[in-house]
Design a protein around this ligand. Structure first.
Ligand SMILES: Cc1cc2nc3c(=O)[nH]c(=O)nc-3n(C[C@H](O)[C@H](O)[C@H](O)COP(=O)(O)OP(=O)(O)OC[C@H]3O[C@@H](n4cnc5c(N)ncnc54)[C@H](O)[C@@H]3O)c2cc1C
Length: 472
C-alpha cells in the first residue's frame, strides 16, 4: 500500500489524495452501518485523465476501487471493507447547457439530484426522478443503483431517463455508451448493463439525461386507512380519478410515531393503522375545478387532507422523514422487496405475522411505494450494542422471509440494489445461472477485478501479478 500511495502522490496533484482518518471513515461507508470500514485512501479526481491514472495504478499495485457517490446507498455498495481506494466523484459536478431540441442535459456524475432540480427549476422541464436523499445522492449513484423513488408509478426507474453514459472501464479506456442520440439499434446495448451495476463495471463520469415537461401544478393528498385493503382501494380510486397519478406511497402508524418523535415541529395526524399519500398532476385542473360529474367521482376524498404545491412539504414530510427518523432510533436492518401490487394485501398479512414472530424485542416498520408493490421492511434494534449479533439474527430469518417473497413472485431488491447485504437473497431469487452470467459480464468490463469486489456477488476474479502487468 505504501508503494502504491507513493506512486499516487507522484502522479496526481496533492489535493486529489486524502488520507485523513476522518475522511477514510466517512467516505468508507454509506447509510448502512453494519460493516467495519477499512479504506486505504480517498481519491477525489477532477479530470478523466486522473481517473484513468488511478485505475492504471490500482491495476499495477493490485489495489481495488470503490466508486463513490453521495453515500446514501442502503445496501452497502459504496462501503470499503478491504483496504480499497475510495474514488469519490464529488468534484465532477458540472452541468452542460440544456438541449431543448433533444430534450436532454449533459451532467457529470457528481452532481446531486437537488442541484440538478435547482438547475432546471426555472425551465418547463424536469428529470422526473425524486427521492428523499436528493440533497446528497449523485447522478453516478442514482444511475449505478437504477434508483426508483417517489414517482416510479408514473415515470419508471432512472433507467428510462438516461440517453447516454460516459464511463471509464477496467482497462482505463473511456467508453461512450450510446451517445446523445435516441435511436440506436446497433448491437448490444451496454448502457442498460451499466445502469444498476452498483459500481462493479467501471466508473461513470457523465451522462446525457432525458428530460420531460414538468406538471404546471400538482395536488397532494394524505388519507388515513384502516387496513392495507383500504390503502389499495384508495390506490384504485386515485388511479381511476381523471387526473394523472404521479406518486402513491403508504406507511404505518408506527412510522408516523417515529417521525413525530424525530420532528416535533410536525402536527400529529388523525389516528389510523395506515396512511396513504399521493400526488396527481393537476395541469388540467384541480379536483375542485373539474366538472361536477368528475368531481362527484371523488366523494371518497372527503376523508383526505388535500393540499396544493405550496403546502405539499407539510404532508410529504411524514413520508420523507421516515428513513432519517428510524436511523436515530438505533441500528436499522433494511429489506426492500416488491411483489405484484394485486398481491400486496395477502403478502402484507403474511409478512406482519411473520415479523411479529421473527423480530421479538425489535421494532418493525412498514412503508414504501405502494403503487409499485414496493414495501420497505425496516427492523430497528434500539439497543445499539452488538451490530454483528443483530445482523446475524436478521440474516438468520432471511431465508424464510425471502422464500415468502419468492412465493409471491417478488424481488429481493426492488430499488436499493444488492451491494454487500443481499447477496444470498440474490442467489435465491435470481438463481445460480443468472448470477454466473453477471460474473461473466463483469469480467468483460473489469477483467482485473478492480471495481467494487464482493459487491452483488462474491469476488472471484483473479488480479494478474505485477509481472504479468508490466505493460501498464
Ligand atoms: C433518506 C433516504 C431515502 C432514500 N430513498 C430512496 C428511494 O426512494 N428510492 C431509491 O431507489 N433509493 C432511495 N435511497 C437510497 C439511495 O439514496 C439511492 O440508492 C441512491 O441512488 C444512491 O446514490 P448515491 O450517490 O448516494 O450513491 P452511493 O451510495 O455513493 O453509491 C451507490 C452505489 O453506486 C456506486 N456508484 C456511485 N457513484 C458511482 C459512479 N460515479 N460510478 C460508478 N459507480 C458509482 C457505488 O459504488 C455503490 O455501489 C434513499 C436513501 C436515503 C438515505
Amino acid at each position: 500500500v505504501d508503494a502504491a500511495l507513493l506512486e499516487l502522490q507522484s502522479r496526481l496533484p496533492a489535493e486529489v489524495i486524502d488520507v485523513d482518518p476522518h475522511s477514510l471513515q466517512s467516505y468508507g461507508q454509506d447509510w448502512t452501518r453494519f460493516s467495519k470500514v477499512n479504506a486505504s485512501v480517498v481519491l477525489k479526481p477532477q479530470t478523466i485523465e486522473q481517473i484513468q491514472t488511478i485505475i492504471a495504478l490500482a491495476k499495477r499495485h493490485q489495489c481495488r476501487i470503490v466508486p463513490s457517490g453521495g453515500r446514501t446507498g442502503l445496501a452497502g455498495g459504496a462501503v470499503a471493507t478491504q483496504g480499497e481506494w475510495i474514488l469519490s466523484m464529488d468534484r465532477f459536478c458540472r452541468m452542460g447547457t440544456l438541449n431543448t431540441a433533444a430534450l436532454s442535459l449533459e451532467c457529470e456524475a457528481g452532481v446531486t439530484l437537488e442541484k440538478l432540480q435547482e438547475h432546471l427549476s426555472s425551465t418547463p422541464w424536469q428529470w422526473p426522478v425524486d427521492l428523499a436523499s436528493k440533497g446528497s445522492a449523485q447522478i453516478g449513484g442514482l444511475l449505478s443503483t437504477n434508483a426508483g423513488g417517489l414517482k416510479v408509478i408514473r415515470y419508471g426507474h432512472v433507467r428510462r431517463w438516461v440517453q447516454s453514459i460516459t464511463m471509464v472501464d477496467g482497462e482505463s479506456r473511456v467508453q461512450v455508451l450510446n451517445g446523445p442520440i435516441d435511436k440506436n439499434n446497433s448491437g448490444y446495448n451496454f448502457r442498460e448493463l451499466v445502469i444498476g451495476a452498483e459500481g462493479t463495471l467501471g466508473v461513470l463520469v457523465a451522462a446525457h439525461l432525458k428530460l420531460c415537461r414538468k406538471p404546471q401544478r400538482r395536488v397532494h393528498a394524505l388519507r388515513p386507512a384502516q387496513s392495507v385493503k383500504h390503502c389499495l382501494e384508495s390506490l384504485i380510486a386515485a388511479r381511476s380519478f381523471p387526473l394523472e397519478l404521479e406518486a402513491f406511497e403508504f406507511f404505518s402508524q408506527d412510522c408516523v410515531n417515529a417521525v413525530l418523535k424525530h420532528r416535533p415541529d410536525l402536527k400529529s395526524l388523525p389516528p389510523a393503522p395506515w396512511y396513504c399519500l399521493w400526488s396527481w398532476d393537476a395541469s388540467v385542473g384541480m379536483p375542485w375545478d373539474l366538472s361536477p360529474d368528475e368531481f362527484k367521482a371523488g366523494s371518497w376524498l372527503e376523508s383526505a387532507i388535500l393540499v396544493e404545491d405550496s403546502s405539499a412539504h407539510e404532508i410529504w414530510a411524514y413520508r420523507e422523514s421516515i428513513t432519517e427518523a428510524l436511523s436515530t432510533r438505533g441500528l436499522v436492518y433494511k429489506n426492500d422487496v416488491a411483489v405484484p401490487v394485486d398481491k400486496l394485501e395477502d403478502f402484507l398479512k403474511e409478512l406482519q405475522s411473520f415479523c411479529a414472530r421473527a423480530y421479538q424485542g425489535f421494532e418493525v416498520y412498514f412503508f414504501g411505494h405502494l403503487g409499485d408493490g414496493n414495501v420497505h421492511i425496516n427492523i430497528v434494534n434500539p439497543n445499539r450494542d452488538s451490530p454483528e449479533a443483530f445482523r446475524a439474527h436478521c440474516e438468520s430469518t432471511n431465508p424464510s422471509l425471502y422464500a415468502c417473497v419468492a412465493n409471491y413472485g417478488g424481488s429481493c431488491a426492488a430499488e436499493h440494489g444488492i451491494g454487500l447485504l443481499k447477496k444470498k437473497e440474490l442467489l435465491l431469487t435470481r438463481g445460480p445461472s443468472q448470477v454466473e452470467w453477471m460474473k461473466q459480464v463483469k469480467k468483460v468490463f473489469d477483467p482485473h477485478g478492480l471495481f467494487n469486489p464482493g459487491k452483488i456477488f462474491e469476488a472471484d476474479c483473479q488480479i494478474p501479478t505485477a509481472q504479468e502487468d508490466s505493460n501498464t
